[in-house]
Design a protein around this ligand. Structure first.
Ligand code: NAP
Length: 246
């Protein structure tokens, strides 16, 4: 295992150019980590790095598109040659493209598109980065899920969440929670911890800025789970208030 040479942890945040991901990156940089901004457009990654630099934080733009495996391989190779390991992976990137449809009439091509990013893309990033995370003394994987993926909450007709009928997005986050449990179980005897988080309802491009929370508030729980100690949880699902029911 590799100890941080300069005492700085190395963190990769996907979808870090805007919204909650940008604030997660900012928060981890504030925590003293070297932050890699994994973005599908290098120009947007560089612009985000520029904004962070103005705020006094150095961050490294990295081309990473969840749906393009060659970019995941290249990002892993770049991280290996530069740092030799990865301490934190925050799988924040995600899409929602079917607002306004119902399960009965949504175009399944859109549902597949959502799964390609939110589920298969995230699985591919975890698989691609895991060899580097296993070289860390305390690897942490945080999957940014949603309470819309909670079967307990959305399955209760008394909750407002049961009114959000979004076939692809909601079920993709349920699947992502299952991905969290599968990797956590495989990695239980290693230092790597894997958890899902819900940022709450946050005003971002994803929802037309309809949420009441700020991206900074939404980022908090991901930052907390990215920095948990060795006696912290693995295979769990959390929001700012604690555990979320599956
Ligand atoms: P956002 O502002 O739309 O940001 C999404 C980010 O994901 C962008 O950086 C986007 O890049 C990136 N992305 C999308 N597809 C990608 C791909 N194939 N490869 C790499 N990056 C990709 O949305 P957000 O609200 O901050 O969402 C961040 C996460 O929080 C998502 O997983 C979302 O499901 C989750 N979440 C959000 C809320 C909420 O209320 N906002 C609630 C619960 C969970 P581009 O800029 O290039 O498009």
């Amino acid at each position: 295992m590799t100890t941080p040479a300069n005492g700085k942890k190395i963190a990769l945040v996907t979808g870090a150019n805007k919204g909650i991901g940008y604030e997660i990156a900012r928060g981890l940089a504030k925590n003293g980590m070297t932050v890699l901004l994994g973005c599908r457009d290098l120009g947007r990654a560089e612009a985000a790095a520029g904004r962070l630099a103005q705020d006094g934080h150095a961050a490294v733009p990295v081309l990473l598109d969840l749906t393009r495996p060659e970019t995941i391989r290249a990002a892993a190779a770049q991280i290996e040659s530069t740092h030799g390991r990865l301490d934190v992976l925050v799988n924040n990137a995600g899409i929602a493209v079917e607002w306004g449809s119902k399960p009965s009439n949504v175009d399944l091509a859109l549902v597949k598109q959502v799964y390609e990013t939110n589920v298969f893309g995230t699985m591919a990033v975890i698989q691609g980065m895991l060899p580097l995370l296993l070289r860390s003394e305390a690897g942490r994987i945080v999957n940014v899920s949603s309470s819309l993926g909670s079967l307990c909450l959305t399955g209760d007709p008394a909750t407002p969440l049961s009114q959000f009928l979004v076939l692809g997005y909601n079920t993709s986050k349920t699947a992502l929670n299952a991905v969290t449990v599968q990797f956590a179980n495989e990695l239980r005897d290693t230092p790597v911890k894997v958890n899902s988080v819900c940022p709450g309802y946050v005003a971002t491009d994803l929802n037309g800025h309809s949420g009441p929370r700020t991206p900074e508030q939404g980022a908090r729980v991901a930052i907390e789970m990215a920095t948990i100690a060795a006696d912290g949880p693995t295979g769990g699902y959390f929001n700012e208030d604690g555990r979320v029911p599956w």
